[in-house]
Ligand binder design. Structure first.
Ligand code: ADP
Length: 305
């Protein structure tokens, strides 16, 4: 059993004309990398801000390390966050930015900054001014800043937005490393499920401020794996036939489609049996889904970012 680190209970944030986050309940366990997936404007940043104590929920509550309500303020320093662009002094070096943060947080340990720089792979560039850093390096320094004080939970809002492929790989490796070696729990948001799938152990899908689905990496793999796609006017009629043929691992996905996740070589046989029972089908084929298509189908729309 994994220990629960954070949970939100019916968390809601309303602005004057808009509900940015509506009734969201999630559970994040110790050691997890929880991926928040949603289009721009879905409510990811607002949710992270409430968890990080940067904005106040309209209703609902948050429990973190057993603390909730006003009590939670006491342990907000256990959360490291990188939300929107990192606040860095660009005229200073990475080392000095970190030094300043250490002074502000009251940390004065020998070798502390070096270790953090090492963790995010910025040792060599430590004495360069931040203004000379690439976007990816700035993001990694942003993560380094969030790590000051050894947080138990790291909140990262779209940390790979705008990065080149190399930068993306570096951030990904940094996060996996942090999670594995320091057992830091991470909540990371992105509008690209494919990318999140490379680091996350669990996913929460957010659309229009609502949590529309939560699933594990294994469940995502299964949902996107190869399957027989059976299209027909009335799927319910086919179910007794599938049962009789011994299929157990299938799903009616909408009013005209069934997905069958086993015996992929049997599609001809299925078609024949259905035809014997005079049950019409429109098509039968073997298909698989990309993570991105799964995401798009789930939120029921076209990409409009
Ligand atoms: P995401 O991070 O998924 O892109 P956000 O949490 O930034 O989504 O925004 C969710 C919705 O809430 C958006 O429609 C946004 O316009 C609105 N919103 C966010 N912050 C504010 C604010 N301070 N005032 C009014 N509306 C806001």
């Amino acid at each position: 059993m994994m220990n629960e680190l954070l949970s939100t209970n019916s968390l809601t944030k309303k602005y004057k004309h808009q509900t940015a986050v509506s009734d969201i309940s999630i559970n994040v366990c110790q050691g997890e990398i929880y991926g928040l997936v949603g289009k721009n404007g879905a409510g990811k940043t607002t949710l992270l801000k409430m968890i990080g104590g940067l904005c106040k929920p309209t209703s609902g509550d948050i429990t973190f390390m057993g603390y909730s309500g006003k009590e939670r303020r006491k342990i907000l320093s256990r959360i490291g966050l990188l939300i929107e662009a990192p606040s860095l002094y660009t005229g200073m070096t990475a080392y000095d930015n970190l030094k300043l943060k250490c002074i502000c947080t009251g940390i004065n340990k020998k070798g502390y900054i070096e270790e953090i720089l090492e963790t995010v792979g910025l040792c060599e560039a430590r004495n360069k001014k931040v203004s000379q850093y690439s976007l990816g390096m700035k993001q990694r320094l942003g993560i380094a800043m969030a790590l000051v004080g050894e947080p138990d939970l790291l909140l990262l809002d779209e940390p790979i937005n705008g990065l080149d492929p190399q930068g993306i790989v570096e951030i990904r490796n940094t996060l996996l490393d942090l999670n594995k070696k320091k057992n830091i729990t991470i909540i990371i948001s992105s509008h690209i499920l494919e990318e999140l799938s490379k680091v996350s152990t669990k996913f929460g899908f957010i659309n229009n401020g609502e949590l529309i689905k939560e699933l594990s990496h294994t469940e995502l793999d299964i949902a996107c794996s190869e399957h027989i796609e059976l299209e027909m006017p009335d799927p319910t009629r086919a179910l007794p036939v599938l049962d009789r043929l011994g299929f157990t691992h299938y799903q009616v996905v909408d009013s005209h489609t069934i997905h069958i996740f086993e015996r992929l070589e049997d599609s001809g046989h299925i078609a024949m049996e259905l035809s014997k029972c005079e049950i019409p089908i429109t098509s039968i084929s073997v298909a698989s889904k990309t993570f991105e298509n799964y995401f798009l189908e789930m939120i029921g729309g076209v990409y409009n970012d």
